[in-house]
Design a protein around this ligand. Structure first.
Ligand code: 9MR
Length: 379
């Protein structure tokens, strides 16, 4: 924002001192500002980065991340199966590079995620004989994992998604193995262990579709209960795997307001907007879905028609309008990927589609949606 105003002032001033050059602002100059600059003072702007970006193989992606974002999330690198693949065996090669990348660029570094029912190896829940562990044994494993991973990056990772996707669509607790073996206090325990490991770090409960009333109410009940028990939960992550017509602006607004009222911060943690035909009836981000490919489900294999680009741009603008309205509660908006080519949406819930959910196209160029998001900030 600042840089746009400064640029504008410079042009006006030039008009006073010399012959006025009526500059027809080229696209590149309009995009001279960045997402992070545009929203400075409002909230952080983040991107989830993949292994190629973490390791520097994707130099083009890295350049976009460095220019545009002031926060990073690890798309997969810190999930249990990657960082702790076998009992007693931790692998920090990629996570160390992830954190170093963020530090080199002075970014707000997010950890994702400690306790989830996906991307967690089977051995975690079983003993040597293959039987399910008892509560205390699983709690001990969870504590070891959290202390080892959070402890390693103490003071370097600023925020952890402690528990991910613990709720069903009706707002009840998901019957995961965490829940079945430990009981419902597995969530409180995970937060306590994370807080012990790094008392300064921001701790988040992260989930999708909390904009739907039933699930949102479940999350509100969960957060309220944790707060009553003195559990150190500081923020709620609304993943934001959105569509062109879901959630409505009203749902988004009401959801952020509801969590803000509880006194927790709100993070938009995994934002992307799907423009492809819906392959499921329900609004979900359940990663286990795999629906058969068919051409009707993949209508834009060679590029997005301008009319849809414009729809996407308007949709992004509408949602950012809501985020800005709640700038006191919203501390960060993170996109789930850098360019459309990176997005998990290309392979979910149907494999091999051509998806367009982000602000940068497959060539790394800003889309009309990028300009629209920047424009909202210059209100
Ligand atoms: O984007 C991630 C994708 O590369 C992985 O294959 C997938 C597997 O579980 O997880 C994706 O990220 C998910 C995130 O960790 C939690 N919320 C839903 C995200 C999209 O599935």
């Amino acid at each position: 924002m600042q840089s746009r105003r400064t640029a504008l002032k410079a042009i006006l001033f030039a008009g006073v001192t010399g012959p006025v050059l009526v500059v027809n602002f080229p696209a590149a100059a309009q995009a001279a500002t960045s997402l992070k600059e545009a929203y400075k003072g409002d909230f952080l702007i983040g991107a989830a980065i993949n292994e190629a970006q973490i390791t520097g193989k994707d130099a083009r992606g890295d350049a976009i991340v460095e220019a545009q974002f002031n926060s990073i999330s690890p798309e997969n690198a810190l999930k249990w199966e990657h960082v702790h693949p076998l009992p007693g065996k931790y692998d920090f090669v990629i996570p160390d590079q992830y954190v170093a990348f963020g530090e080199k660029n002075g970014m707000f570094i997010v950890g994702h995620t400690l306790v989830w029912h996906n991307q967690v190896p089977d051995w975690v829940f079983h003993d040597d004989k293959g039987d399910l562990l008892a509560r205390d044994a699983l709690l001990a494993r969870m504590r070891d994992h959290i202390h080892t991973v959070v402890g390693r990056y103490k003071g370097r990772i600023q925020s952890w998604d402690v528990v991910n996707e613990a709720l069903n669509e009706d707002g009840s607790l998901r019957q995961s193995l965490w829940y079945k073996i430990i009981g419902e206090d597995y969530i409180a325990k995970a937060f306590e262990y994370a807080h012990e490991a790094d008392p300064q770090v921001q701790l988040t409960y992260n989930d999708y579709s909390l904009e739907n009333a039933a699930k949102r109410n479940g999350a509100i009940a969960l957060v309220t209960k944790l707060q009553a028990e003195g559990v150190p939960i500081m923020s709620v992550g609304l993943q934001g795997h959105d569509g062109l017509d879901w959630p409505t602006v009203e749902q988004q607004d009401a959801t952020i307001a509801a969590f803000a009222k509880l006194g927790v911060k709100v993070v938009i943690s995994e934002l992307d907007i799907d423009v492809l035909p819906k392959a499921t009836k329900e609004q979900t981000a359940d990663v286990t879905l795999n629906i058969a490919q068919n051409p009707a489900l993949n209508p834009y294999p060679n590029g997005l028609p301008d009319s849809v680009q414009q729809q996407l741009a308007k949709r992004y603008a509408d949602l950012f309008g809501v985020f800005l309205k709640h700038r006191d509660a919203v501390t960060r908006v993170t996109f789930w990927g850098v360019t459309d080519a990176d997005s998990w949406r290309n392979d979910w819930p149907v494999k091999g589609r051509t998806a367009y959910p982000l602000l940068f196209d497959r060539a790394g160029q800003p889309k009309p949606a990028y300009e629209a998001v920047i424009k909202v900030a210059s209100r």
